[in-house]
Structure formats: structure tokens, C-alpha cells
Design a binder for this molecule. Structure first.
Ligand code: SAM
Ligand code: SF4
Length: 332
């Protein structure tokens, strides 16, 4: 799948549910309304659609949400996708990964490893228990740490994703990097993106990572590397820890030029760009029992509409969401 700008689209992010057991302040309002269950694709429908994407050249699938591990029987989907994994030299799916808040990871880590998952991304913005509960509204830090260490024990490589927030965790980033180094986890920092209505104002949360990086450089020796996980992060080696730190800067650095991904929601809608509203729906096609060729043609047609880049801006005069849907719908 090649888009109109010559980018090869090989990475599919699949949101398997919009529901979550947490309510992170930058992601959701506390009283979120979730989709009716009938609107959701079944696990079989998701599996079929993923299979078609793989046939069209997708080599990497990340399962996300909402919180993917709260979807009932989601391990069936992991198992079925895991069966499609081939070695990196072969044609087909090379990598299956997951982004999770880790509340359910302790009970799933072993199975994930068994079905072929090798790396997990865990979202964790702080190591302070009270702050963790304040950010996630409902979360318990201990439970998440149990999940993270269960993943490590199961042999999964763990990457910690932290959203950098002004006045919330900005003073803790040094400590998080040290903690990640101690446990051999890479750390990836993310800027707050203007997606979906939340209860507060995002301009209050926004912290440019260029600032964070220059502060980190006072204590750590950071050397830029060409390392990539196929995502938008720019990675640096941290000499003192032997681990890496990545920066995802959708706002301060245009990360669209090398974009290789599209996103599929739990209702079967594909967004060609996280930061644009254009989409293509496949659910009706699937439910009309269309042939594979028809669905594949619809996927290819949608790829031709992939835009050059996003329109995110954090604007004090326009504090509302730039993209109306929440990250939990599109999948982070
Ligand atoms: N529930 C899972 C989790 O938290 O890892 C997966 C879905 S979550 C939407 C994926 C990622 O998106 C998380 O790392 C989260 O911190 C990030 N995220 C959510 N809303 C965001 C926003 N407005 N700006 C930047 N990152 C956001
Ligand atoms: Fe849930 Fe993840 Fe959103 Fe937090 S960031 S509310 S854990 S979906």
C-alpha cells in the first residue's frame, strides 16, 4: 500500500474497544459515554479485516484502545493474529504488539508472550502513587507496576510511554528515566495532543519536549540514534543507563513525512491520519458479507486519500479539541 506521497503503509494500529478502566485526564472526560456494543466489530470481524490488511502489505500490527486488555476474550484475537506471524525475512506480519495501561497485564503477560508478542508499550506518566491516581482518576499505581513486572518476567521487552505535562510530571522525568534505566525499559515521552473534549484545558497541560530534552541533557548524555520501532518517535541513547529515550513530538516537530501507519477503530472505521477527520468505513461492507476483493479495494481506495500531514495546533484562542474524536476511539 503506497499513499499519494510515496509513503509505504505497513503499520496498522487497531483499537479493539473504546472502553477503559481508567479515565486519564488528557484522554477522557470522567463521565465518558461509550459506544453501544452492537456498533463494535466482533473479534472475528476484526481478525478478518486485519488479515486483509496483512495481505495488502501490513507488516506490523499494534493492538490498542481504549484499554485493549479489558475487551472480553481479546486473547483470541491475539492468538489468531499471532498465528499469522512470519520471520522478518518473509512476506506477511512481522510484528504484533500492544499498548496498554497495564492494569490487566499481570494476568495476560504470559499468554501474550506465548502467542508471539515480544514487546509491549505501557502508559505510565508518574511513579508517585497519589499523582498516578490524580492523572488516571481511578488507577492504582501498584497494580500497574505488578503488570509491568509480570511482563518483564514473561520475557517481554517493555517500553514506558509517558505523556509530559506541565506542572504535573515535568519534575519527575529525570527520576522516571533513572527508574527505566534500572529496570532496562526504554522510555518514550509524548506531547499532549488536542483530541476530543476533556474536562480541563489542554493549553494548561502542554509541555514542549524540546524543553524537556534540553533539561535532561544537564544530567544525562543523550546521543541521537537512527533506532526506530516503526513509529514516530526519535530515539536517543542514554549513556548512563544503556537504555533509550524517545520523543514523540507531533506539535513541535512535524512527524508526518515518514508516516507509515493508518488506524482502525473498533467499529471498523479507518482513519488515514490521527490528526485529520477523513475516514473510511468497512463495517457495512463486512456485514454485507462482501468478498475479500471488495473490502480490499475499499482499503486501497482509502489509502489514496491519506493526507500529507495533520493540522494539530495548541492554540490558546481556540482551546477546544482540534480533532473531535478522543484518542481512545482512534487508538493511541
Ligand atoms: N489504554 C491504553 C494505554 O493507555 O496505553 C491504550 C490506549 S491510549 C489512548 C494510548 C496512548 O495514548 C497512551 O500512551 C496515552 O497516554 C496516549 N494519549 C491519550 N490521549 C492523549 C492525548 N490527548 N495526547 C497525547 N497522548 C495521549
Ligand atoms: Fe484509558 Fe489509555 Fe485513555 Fe488512560 S490513556 S484513559 S488508560 S485509554
Amino acid at each position: 500500500m503506497i499513499d499519494p506521497f510515496g509513503r509505504s503503509i505497513t503499520y496498522l494500529r487497531v483499537s479493539v474497544t473504546d472502553r477503559c478502566d481508567l479515565r486519564c485526564v488528557y484522554c477522557m472526560a470522567e463521565d465518558m459515554t461509550f459506544l453501544p456494543r452492537v456498533d463494535l466489530l466482533s473479534l472475528e470481524e476484526l481478525d478478518r479485516l486485519c488479515g486483509l490488511f496483512i495481505r495488502l502489505g501490513t507488516t506490523k500490527i499494534r493492538i490498542t484502545g481504549g484499554e485493549p486488555l479489558v475487551r472480553r476474550d481479546v486473547m483470541k484475537l491475539f492468538r489468531s493474529l499471532g498465528d499469522r506471524l512470519v520471520p522478518p525475512t518473509g512476506e506477511g506480519l512481522h510484528e504484533l504488539t500492544v499498548t496498554t495501561n497495564a492494569t490487566q497485564l499481570a494476568r495476560h503477560a504470559e499468554t501474550l508472550r506465548e502467542v508471539g508478542v515480544r514487546r509491549v508499550n505501557v502508559s505510565l506518566d508518574t511513579l508517585d502513587a497519589a499523582k498516578f491516581t490524580a492523572i488516571t482518576r481511578w488507577g492504582k499505581l501498584d497494580r500497574v507496576l505488578d503488570g509491568i513486572f509480570a511482563a518483564k518476567a514473561a520475557g517481554l521487552a517493555v517500553k514506558i510511554n509517558a505523556v509530559a505535562m506541565r506542572g504535573v510530571n515535568q519534575d519527575e522525568i529525570d527520576a522516571m528515566l533513572a527508574w527505566c534505566g534500572e529496570h532496562r525499559f526504554d522510555l518514550c515521552l509524548i506531547e499532549v495532543m488536542p483530541m476530543g473534549e476533556i474536562d480541563g484545558e489542554r493549553t494548561d497541560q502542554y509541555l514542549p519536549l524540546s524543553l524537556v530534552r534540553s533539561r535532561l541533557r544537564r544530567r544525562w548524555t543523550l546521543t541521537e540514534t537512527g533506532y526506530s520501532t516503526g513509529g514516530p518517535a526519535r530515539y536517543f541513547d542514554v549513556a548512563e543507563t544503556g537504555t533509550r529515550i524517545g520523543f514523540i513530538t507531533p506539535l513541535t516537530h512535524n512527524f508526518c513525512e515518514s508516516c507509515n501507519r493508518v488506524r482502525l477503530t473498533c467499529t471498523g472505521t479507518m482513519y488515514m491520519c490521527l490528526g485529520q477527520n477523513d475516514s473510511a468505513d468497512f463495517r457495512d461492507l463486512l456485514r454485507a458479507e462482501s468478498d475479500d476483493a471488495v473490502v480490499e479495494a475499499a482499503i486501497l481506495a482509502a489509502i489514496t486519500r491519506k493526507p500529507k500531514g495533520h493540522d494539530f495546533v495548541i492554540d490558546r484562542r481556540q482551546p477546544s479539541a482540534a480533532v473531535v474524536r478522543h484518542m481512545s476511539v482512534t487508538g493511541g
